[in-house]
Write a new protein. Structure first.
Length: 290
């Protein structure tokens, strides 16, 4: 299965794709460039917005505006006024830390991980934010907090801490938001790179972007089996999101980071955004309830 160019963004660290059904557009961010993009599904135009922070995560709030994970915390971005409103400090007292990937659960709680900018092992955490903007630490000693997804029945939460090369499965209590580790659902072999961001389809299969793996890989979290792969012409694949009116496209972000001059000449589309038709629909992304 092949992916095709959607937009030549040339991001240094493209991340965080999000389908916004109300706007019929797809967002993504270039973390190190401190800006994020919006791609219109109807007329294929692209707009960019710059902020004074590293935008690591883009989600929808209850008003269809954006919630942004940043270095130092969480903010709301009003798309109508192009205005940033700071909401919550997250490890702001540690200037070398920043937020990374995250998602909203079925009850609208926001889950977001942190990491050290120099990738120090065990320096980060995984947090949950409720509508009272209460910050709860759920996991400690996280290194590079990445993809989060929930099974279609919301009984399991899947989570990636990239250097572990695994997807962990947690029992998930929808009502309370409590998690309990149950098993390693997927082991990523070293020759396939490391797992980064991920999306889940309506059949409960995980589509995982592999940094250094030249693709998005489809894994069965129930038995750990590799089912399929979307090939990309670049090595560092960062994240993916089901997009489009029917959630039947996969928008895929990539990065130029960690590639030297020779590698960039060999893989010139590194940092661009791609699209594929995976042959299955995704689950709708949950909105945050605050």
């Amino acid at each position: 299965m092949m992916a095709y160019l959607l937009y030549p963004a040339q991001c240094f660290l493209g991340e965080g794709p999000l389908w916004h059904p109300a706007r019929k557009s797809c967002f993504w961010t270039d973390i190190e460039a401190r800006k994020f993009y919006e791609y219109s599904w109807s007329d294929h135009t692209v707009s960019t917005r710059e902020v004074d922070y590293k935008v690591t995560l883009i989600l929808r709030d209850k008003h269809e505006q954006l919630l942004l994970g940043l270095n130092g915390g969480l903010a709301r971005y009003n798309l109508d006024e192009d205005k940033l409103e700071w909401l919550l400090d997250i490890e702001k007292e540690m200037p070398d830390h920043r937020c990374n990937d995250g998602a909203c659960d079925s009850k609208g709680r926001l889950w977001v991980g942190s990491m050290h900018s120099e990738f120090i092992t065990g320096a980060g955490s995984l947090y949950c934010v409720d509508d009272g903007l209460t910050l709860q630490k759920k996991l400690e000693r996280v290194s590079i907090s990445n993809g989060i997804a929930w099974s279609p029945d919301n009984l399991h939460m899947y989570y990636i801490d990239t250097p572990r090369r695994t997807v962990s499965s947690f029992r998930f209590d929808q009502a309370s938001g409590q998690i309990e580790f149950e098993s390693v659902a997927v082991h990523i072999p070293a020759n396939l790179g490391v797992p980064d961001g991920m999306a889940i389809d309506e059949e409960g299969m995980l589509w995982i972007a592999h940094w250094g793996g030249f693709g998005v890989y489809k894994w069965n979290p129930r038995n750990g089996e590799l089912l399929d792969m979307i090939n990309l012409p670049v090595p560092n694949v960062t994240s993916c999101a089901f997009s489009g009116e029917y959630l039947d496209h996969l928008v895929i972000t990539t990065a130029r980071q960690d590639l030297n001059g020779e590698e960039l000449r060999k893989y010139p589309e590194s940092g661009d955004v791609f699209i594929a038709r995976p042959g299955v629909k995704g689950l709708p992304e949950n909105k945050c309830r605050f």
